[in-house]
Design a protein around this ligand. Structure first.
Ligand SMILES: [Zn+2]
Ligand SMILES: [Zn+2]
Length: 126
């Protein structure tokens, strides 16, 4: 399968029996089914094993957000994590696969101090 962001090659990666993702060899973006993402968030070490690309590379490719689902060939929606609102992902309205740039999964998995701090500020304002 071709990476929707950089046209690199997506290759299947497996972890802990039940987890399968497609990761790009070039930009390290991860294409994952929505239900699988929940499994990944619950699985210990899944981020270190699956999200191996440098976050700097992810930031570069995060700017490319008009992409088509490589499985369904239709435009993916832009979705934002409701808790960590700086994390933008692409989601397919047909197969519900999600595309995460390098570093985004690790970011999703571990709320950083700055995220918590931002939430705190938001809470005070409203
Ligand atoms: Zn790629
Ligand atoms: Zn799709």
């Amino acid at each position: 399968m071709e990476c929707p962001k950089c046209k690199g090659e997506l290759e299947a990666k497996h972890h802990a029996d039940k987890i399968t993702v497609d990761r790009c060899r070039n930009c390290y973006g991860i294409l994952v089914e929505e239900h699988m993402l929940a499994e990944m968030l619950a699985e210990w070490m899944s981020d270190t094993i699956l999200d191996t690309g440098p976050a700097s590379l992810g930031k570069k490719y995060d700017k490319i957000d008009d992409i088509d689902c490589p499985v369904c060939h239709i435009k993916m929606d832009k979705v934002v994590d409701p808790v960590q609102t700086h994390i933008w992902m692409e989601s397919c309205p047909s197969c519900f696969r999600i595309f995460l740039d390098a570093g985004e999964f690790s970011d999703l998995k571990y709320e950083t101090f700055s995220d918590k701090f931002k939430n705190l500020l938001k809470g005070k304002r409203t």
